[in-house]
Structures are given as structure tokens and as C-alpha cells.
Design a protein around this ligand. Structure first.
Ligand code: NAD
Length: 414
């Protein structure tokens, strides 16, 4: 069976939402169409003197609600279509959480494992030069995603500032603290996801104390998701990365797993734990499953074998449309990506506000505001789901798209 790509998945969700809300075809056409798409060729001088040309993308999907916001993915397998799908998800996500922002996304086809630090820096700077005239702190603000991090954001902020001939640190978010980054940004996606899990557990009557957790993916989001499990009283029993997974019933210490990964390039082989496959991790008998890797983890092929009570989508697009139906029929409580993983963009928005004010907020204040935003969005989605008998994904789309369409109507677009 060939699985649908991410754009198919996102298009199915939006078509379903169109039916749920009874939207007319003109509105649907706007919702399906990105505002602007850019493909750039990025020539980069490699360490051995060769010139290599990388392909980059920036998709600006919809700015009805405000300047566009979206991460940049440095990853070998991507296309204009996959970046378009991620930009659409950003649009619904910002709307669902009541942020005054639209959605965008960027990407460069590359394998960061094969680049030296200097090559990565030159590529990051080339990407900014390629998209310079399309972005801006009040227009479109990139951030980290798969394969990029605070260091990459610092190079991007510096390159943009050199071209603009003034310091414009607010051009990106997810920066290091001393360049205008925000406290709490690095763990924000995972922390926001945990606030949503806490609300979900309350709502379905699951006791979090002692609940068993499996996390798929051990990168920025997955590591912090694993690390925060203990703060919410849960026991982390399994984690995985692209090379495989590990299971330890008595509980894993994420910091120790991280140290092992730093030395051996994978979580696999962690002393005292059993090696398992990526597929086995997804199908473990746990209370909470956190997909925090890439799209297409839960599909029609394995949805009937997922045993967790809550699936918290900290990754973008990990579950297909067909798998959604199977999970909701089986009574598994899904916290959809646009609800669950918005902590990153919410704290990025706080970072923008701090940058505009040349001010910095305390981490405790940031976490409190993030908590409030996640609770508000979770409540709105849960209530819509119960009232209209929609599954959680349908309900999240309904809340998000209603607000976006209202903005488009108010601006006279439809
Ligand atoms: P990352 O590159 O830091 O980590 C990705 C991890 O997934 C790596 O550990 C990789 O080995 C692992 N992985 C890849 N394929 C896998 C597989 N088949 N099975 C198990 N593990 C696998 O990326 P990230 O920033 O942590 O992003 C992860 C997901 O979260 C992506 O979907 C991203 O779009 C989403 N997201 C990220 C942010 C953010 O702030 N970084 C915000 C919102 C959503």
C-alpha cells in the first residue's frame, strides 16, 4: 500500500473541515491555495573548494491574520509540496491558538550530517540571501524546525542584519538568548504539548502519576518531551530515533540517553535497555504515545495496533486521515498536531513581542502564558468536539478555520 504524502493528508483534513463547516467553493479555493511560493538555488562553497548548488523553498501560505511565521527544515527528503503542507499547518495552528500571525514554512534539501559546521553556516547564510526580499520582521519570520537550531538562527539573523545594514534580530525566532532569543523557547514545543496532555488526561480521567510514556523521535522536540515526562509524574519507558528504539520498563533517564546518543549517534544500544524497532515503539502498551519525529508514523497500516490511551502529536502530520478515523473509532484520544505542538510558535510569538519592545521576560512568566494559551485552545477544541460530535482533529480544524475565514471575510477577501 502506498501511503499518501503530507500534502494529501493536509488537503484531506481541510476538505473534511469544508464539509463540517459547510464552506462554499470560493472560500475552499482560497484555503487550498498558498499565497506565494518561492524556489531558490543556493550556491555554497564546500570545504574542498567545490561549488555545490542546493535547492531551497519558502512557502507563504496565508497572511489574513498577520505576518507569516514558520520554521525552516534542513532535510534531504522534501519538496515544494511538503513545504506547502507544513505552511498550511502553520496557518491553521496560529489561527487555532488565537495568535495574530499567518502561516509559512521553509526548507532546504540537504543532509546536515554530511556538512561541516562551516558548510552549514554558508548554507544558512545563502538561504537568507535567497529569500531576503520576501521575509521581514513584520512580513515573514523564520524559526527552527527539523535540522535547524538556535545556532543556525543566529547565522540567519546575522546575515539578514548585514544585508539590511542594521541589527534586525527579530527577523527570526528561536535565537540564542543573548541575540534576543526568548527564555523557554527551546523546550516550548514539548512543554506546550505536555500542558495539552495534562488537560487531555483530566478530560478522559487518566491518572498521570505513574503513566507510562513512549516518545518517537529524540531530536529537539522529542528530547524535551522525554525530559519533561518526569515533571508531569509520568514514567518514560521508551524512546526512538531514525536508527531504532529502546525500551526499559523501570524507566529511562533522558539526560543519560542523550549523553549516549551524543557518543554513539543513536539511542540504540543504551546500556540496560532493550533495543526495539521503530514500529514496535509505536505499538507498545503504554498510556501516552508521543510522535515527535516526522510525518506518516501512524497510518491505516498500523492504526489498529496502537495501544496508547492518548496520542499526543508533537510532530507535524504524524497521523494520516484514514488512521484518524481508526483511532477515534477505537476511543483513543488524539491531540492533533495543530493543537499539541503549537508551544514552539506561541513562544516564538512571545519572542517577537520581546524583540519589538527590546525587552526580555522571565521564563516563569513565559511558561505561565504558554500554559494559559494551551488550556484555552484545548478547551475550545474539546468543547467543539463534544458539542458537534467531531473527532479532536475535525474539531481543531473547525475552530482554526472559522477564525481564519472570519478574518478573510472581514478583510473583504471573500
Ligand atoms: P529534529 O531534527 O531535532 O529531530 C527529529 C528526530 O526524529 C531525530 O531524533 C530523528 O532521528 C528522529 N527520526 C526521524 N525519523 C524517525 C523514525 N522513522 N522513527 C523514529 N525517529 C525518527 O527535529 P525537531 O525540531 O525535534 O522536529 C520534530 C517534529 O516536530 C517535526 O515534525 C517538526 O516539524 C515538529 N515541530 C518542531 C518544532 C520545533 O520547534 N523544533 C515546533 C513544532 C513542530
Amino acid at each position: 500500500m502506498t501511503e499518501p504524502n503530507l500534502l494529501d493528508v493536509v488537503q484531506s483534513h481541510i476538505s473534511q473541515c469544508g464539509c463540517d463547516l459547510g464552506l462554499d467553493e470560493n472560500v475552499m479555493e482560497l484555503l487550498r491555495s498558498p499565497l506565494r511560493e518561492l524556489i531558490v538555488s543556493l550556491p555554497v562553497r564546500m570545504d574542498d573548494g567545490r561549488l555545490k548548488v542546493f535547492q531551497g523553498f519558502r512557502v507563504q501560505y496565508n497572511d489574513a491574520l498577520g505576518p507569516m511565521k514558520g520554521g525552516v527544515r534542513f532535510y534531504p527528503v522534501q519538496s515544494l509540496e511538503s513545504v506547502r503542507a507544513l505552511a498550511a499547518l502553520m496557518t491553521w495552528k496560529c489561527s487555532l491558538h488565537g495568535l495574530p500571525l499567518g502561516g509559512s514554512k521553509g526548507g532546504v534539501i540537504c543532509n546536515t550530517r554530511e556538512l561541516s559546521k562551516k558548510e552549514l553556516e554558508r548554507l544558512s547564510r545563502a538561504y537568507v540571501r535567497g529569500i531576503y526580499s520576501f521575509i521581514g520582521p513584520r512580513r515573514d519570520i523564520p524559526a527552527p524546525d527539523v535540522g535547524t537550531n538556535a545556532t543556525v538562527m543566529a547565522w540567519m539573523a546575522d546575515e539578514y542584519s548585514c544585508l539590511a545594514k542594521e541589527n534586525v534580530f527579530g527577523i527570526v525566532t528561536g535565537k540564542p538568548l543573548f541575540l534576543g532569543g526568548s527564555a523557554g523557547r527551546e523546550e516550548a514545543t514539548a512543554r506546550g504539548g505536555w500542558y495539552a496532555i495534562r488537560e487531555a488526561a483530566k478530560s478522559i480521567g487518566l491518572e498521570l502519576a505513574g503513566a507510562r510514556v513512549a516518545v518517537q523521535g529524540f531530536g529537539n522536540v522529542g528530547y524535551h518531551a522525554a525530559r519533561l515526562a518526569a515533571a508531569f509524574g509520568c514514567r518514560l519507558v521508551a524512546v526512538s530515533d531514525s536508527k531504532g528504539g529502546i525500551l526499559k520498563e523501570e524507566g529511562l533517564v533522558p539526560e543519560a540517553v542523550q549523553e549516549h546518543k551524543a557518543k554513539s549517534d543513536s539511542v540504540v544500544g543504551f546500556p540496560g535497555a532493550k533495543n526495539i524497532s521503530n514500529q514496535e515503539l509505536l505499538e507498545l502498551d503504554v498510556d501516552l504515545l508521543v510522535p515527535a519525529a516526522l510525518e506518516g508514523a501512524i497510518t491505516a497500516a498500523n492504526a489498529d495496533r496502537i495501544r496508547a490511551r492518548i496520542v499526543a502529536e508533537m510532530a507535524n502530520g504524524p497521523t494520516t486521515h484514514e488512521a484518524d478515523t481508526v483511532l477515534s473509532k477505537r476511543g483513543i484520544h488524539l491531540i492533533p498536531d495543530i493543537l499539541c505542538n503549537a508551544g514552539g510558535v506561541i513562544v516564538s510569538y512571545f519572542e517577537m513581542v520581546q524583540n519589538f519592545d527590546l525587552w526580555s521576560w522571565d521564563e516563569a512568566d513565559i511558561n505561565r502564558l504558554l500554559d494559559r494559551k494551551m488550556v484555552q485552545a484545548y478547551d475550545a477544541v474539546r468543547k467543539t468536539s463534544q458539542k458537534e460530535k467531531f473527532n479532536m482533529r475535525q474539531a481543531a480544524y473547525v475552530v482554526a478555520v472559522k477564525r481564519l475565514v472570519e478574518a478573510m471575510r472581514t478583510r473583504g477577501w471573500v
